[in-house]
Design a protein around this ligand. Sequence first.
Ligand code: ADP
Length: 138
Amino acid sequence: METSFIILKPDCLEKGIAGTVIDRFEKAGFAIVGCKMARLDSRILREHYAHVADKPFFPEIEAFMSSRPVIFLALRGENAVEKIRELLGPTDSTKAAKGTIRGDFGTDVMKNVVHASDSPETARAELKRFFRDGELFA
Ligand code: ADP
């Protein structure tokens, strides 16, 4: 069993599809073991997106990700990290297959509805970064 860290991004909430996206995760067998809402600030975004912080498009990501509150989820299930990335599809929504979350609801490479951890190590670090002790229920 694994727990992955998910962010329902500003475009997900703006489109009013948080419930639809969560339904896909639950139907795929993943259980919610953590959930909260927050507005991301520049300090935490620089930490979370450290691997793209030096890219020319980073200011755009920062503006987008802090444009409205987001929802953090911790989802638990078998092989959660890899399987949830499969449910999302690739980063660029225009290249994501229909039937994937990004393929069905995403706009482009930046507005791609959901963040999900890309490895078990990253998941552990992200869960620690975004949830406090006592906020996870697994
Ligand atoms: P993923 O979220 O699929 O793991 P990355 O870690 O490569 O993808 O990128 C982090 C986030 O940065 C993406 O989800 C997307 O919102 C944004 N992003 C990535 N590449 C670009 C780009 N070329 N232009 C604008 N935004 C981007």
